[in-house]
Design a protein around this ligand. Structure first.
Ligand SMILES: *Cc1c(COP(=O)(O)O)cnc(C)c1O
Length: 357
C-alpha cells in the first residue's frame, strides 16, 4: 500500500461466511484484522493487516489489571448497487482520540488509521452483508500492553480493528423498548470517564441492567450520578424527547458520551426546521410532562440500533407509557432517513458517507 507503511499478510484460506439471519451481534469475525503498536520513545509503529486470530499477551499486561483501554463502534453498509459506505468515520476517529486523551493513552494519527481501516475493509469487503438492515460492525480498540503491575500509564499499547457482520438490530422492524430509570447505581459523574468509550463504564452497569431485566426492562436510563435527578443516557444510546413541537436531549455535561448518531439527529432535525433543545432535563419534569399528556415520543440513538423508540419508562414504581407503546412518526422518519443515507438509498445531502471503493 502507498505511503502508510502498511504491511498486509493475507489469510491463505478464507473462512465460510455466515448465512443471513445467523449473525448474532458481535459473535462472528472476518478473515483479517488491523494492528499497530506503540512503544514509548518510538511512537505508533508497524501498522499491519494480518489473519484474524488470538492475541498473545503477557499475564502482567496492564490492560488486565488497571483497565487502561478505549474502543469505538461504527458500521460499513452495502448499497443496492454494490458500493460500500462508512457513516461519518472521521467522527469516530476523533472520538477515539478523545477517549485516549481521557485514559492517558497516546493519540493516534486519525487520518492514517482511517486509511488503514479502509484497506482492511477493501480486503474483507465480501463480508459486508447485503440484506436490508445488515451491516459490518467495526470495532477499533486500544489496549495497554506493558507487563508491569505498578499502577500508572502503560508505556506500550496495541491498537486493533476487528470486523463483525451483524443482522438488523430490530429484525421485524422498529420495536419500542421498555426502559428502567436507574435510581441506585451510577454510570458516570462529571470529571469521571463517562465521556470516553472505555471498558469500565460498561461492565460497571451490568449489575443495574441485570436488575432491570429481571423486571422486564430492556435496559436502564441513567440519571446524573450526584443527585439522581437529571436524565443522562441509556446503556449505549443517547436519548431524545419529543414534547409537543419541541425536541429535547440532555446537554453534554461532562458525563454523557457524545454520540455520532446524536449529533446526526440534531443536524437532521435542524434541517427539517425542528431545532433540538440541548438542556438539563429532570426525570421528575419528564414524568410531569407525561402526566400532562405532552410527551409524544421518546427515542434512543446509537450506532447499533440507529433509532430505538421507547415505549415505556419505569421510575420508582411509576410507569409512563409513551405513545401507547407505538412507534412515533418522528422516530420512524429519523430511522428511515438515517438508514437510507447510510445504505445509499437516499441522497447524502450532508456529505456524511465515505465510499470504501
Ligand atoms: C457509543 C455510545 C453511544 C452512542 O454513540 P454513537 O456514536 O451514536 O454510536 C451513546 N452512549 C454510550 C454510553 C455509548 O457508549
Amino acid at each position: 500500500m502507498e505511503n502508510h507503511g502498511l504491511v498486509i499478510e493475507e489469510r491463505k484460506e478464507r473462512k465460510a461466511k455466515p448465512a443471513e439471519g445467523e449473525m448474532p451481534f458481535g459473535t462472528i469475525f472476518t478473515d483479517h484484522m488491523f494492528m499497530m503498536d506503540y512503544t514509548e520513545g518510538k511512537g505508533w509503529h508497524d501498522p499491519r493487516i494480518v489473519p484474524y486470530g488470538p492475541l498473545e499477551l503477557d499475564p502482567a499486561a496492564m490492560i488486565f489489571h488497571y483497565g487502561q483501554t478505549v474502543f469505538e463502534g461504527m458500521k460499513a453498509y452495502r448499497t443496492q448497487d454494490g458500493r460500500s459506505l462508512l457513516f461519518r468515520p472521521e467522527m469516530n476517529m476523533k472520538r477515539l482520540n478523545k477517549s485516549c486523551e481521557r485514559m492517558s493513552i497516546p493519540p493516534i494519527d486519525e487520518e492514517k488509521v482511517l486509511a488503514c481501516l479502509l484497506e482492511l475493509l477493501r480486503l474483507d469487503q465480501e463480508w459486508i452483508p447485503e440484506a436490508p438492515g445488515t451491516s459490518l460492525y467495526i470495532r477499533p480498540f486500544v489496549i495497554s500492553t506493558e507487563p508491569n503491575l505498578a499502577v500508572g500509564p502503560s508505556r506500550s499499547y496495541r491498537l486493533s480493528i476487528i470486523l463483525s457482520p451483524v443482522g438488523p438490530y430490530f429484525p421485524g422492524g422498529l420495536k419500542p423498548v421498555t426502559i428502567h430509570v436507574e435510581d441506585t447505581f451510577t454510570r458516570a459523574v462529571k470529571g469521571g470517564t463517562g465521556t470516553a468509550k472505555t471498558a469500565g463504564n460498561y461492565s460497571s452497569g451490568y449489575r443495574a441492567q441485570a436488575n432491570a431485566k429481571q423486571q422486564g426492562n430492556a435496559d436502564v436510563l441513567w440519571l446524573d450520578g450526584i443527585e439522581k435527578k437529571y436524565i443522562e443516557e441509556v446503556g449505549s444510546m443517547n436519548i431524545f424527547f419529543k414534547i409537543g413541537n419541541e425536541v429535547i436531549t440532555p446537554a453534554l455535561n461532562g458525563s454523557i458520551l457524545e454520540g455520532v448518531t446524536r449529533k446526526s439527529v440534531i443536524e437532521l432535525l435542524g434541517s427539517w426546521g425542528l431545532p433540538v433543545t440541548e438542556r438539563k432535563i429532570a426525570i421528575e419534569e419528564l414524568f410531569d410532562l407525561h402526566e400532562a399528556g405532552k410527551v409524544e415520543e421518546i427515542f434512543g440513538t446509537g450506532t447499533a440500533a440507529v433509532i430505538s423508540p421507547v415505549g415505556e419508562l419505569n421510575w420508582r414504581g411509576k410507569k409512563a407509557v409513551i405513545n401507547q407503546h407505538g412507534i412515533g412518526d418522528l422516530s420512524q422518519r429519523l430511522y428511515d432517513t438515517i438508514t437510507g443515507i447510510q445504505s445509499g438509498r437516499l441522497e447524502d445531502e450532508f456529505g456524511w458517507t465515505v465510499e470504501i471503493g
